[in-house]
Design a binder for this molecule. Structure first.
Ligand code: ZN
Length: 143
């Protein structure tokens, strides 16, 4: 956890938000290993993989290039439950830390992040394949 690169971590939130916005897909796993980040996305709709990859990579890089401010906020648990699926949250918490990347990418998270998306660089999806009929696994790097 402590080894996570703030750039990679912020980029993962952006990529996941784009998957959600464009394809109604949610992230189900992510691994950070050196320069590579591996993410698994659950896909609800059947679209050729190449098309998905191109669209999310382009959209993520547009967002990164918008030099968005990244800010932390704490919100109450009930408010958070109404806004997000919080299945990974431990029992007994009263407040939830969220990270906002611009106004429309909001993720419950306590990890390390950049202060502005201009620090991230360019996101490149290097590999992708389906690990099951509805799970797309990809790896990305930052240049
Ligand atoms: Zn985070």
């Amino acid at each position: 956890m402590s080894e996570i690169d703030p750039k990679q971590h912020s980029a993962e939130h952006i990529l996941s938000a784009v998957f959600g916005q464009l394809f109604n897909s949610k992230i189900i796993d992510s691994r950070f290993r050196g320069n590579n980040v591996r993410c698994d996305y659950e896909l609800e709709i059947k679209i050729p993989t190449e098309e998905i990859i191109k669209e999310v990579e382009d959209r993520a890089n547009i967002i990164i290039s918008e030099n968005r401010e990244v800010v932390f906020e704490e919100i109450g648990l009930e408010q958070a439950k109404a806004l997000y699926s919080l299945h990974r949250l431990p029992d007994g918490v009263k407040n939830v830390s969220i990270v906002k990347i611009g106004s429309d990418i909001i993720t419950p998270c306590k990890g390390p992040h950049v202060k502005n998306t201009k620090e991230i660089g360019i996101l490149k999806i290097r590999t992708h394949h389906l690990v099951s009929p509805n799970v797309l696994r990809l790896t990305f790097v930052l240049d």
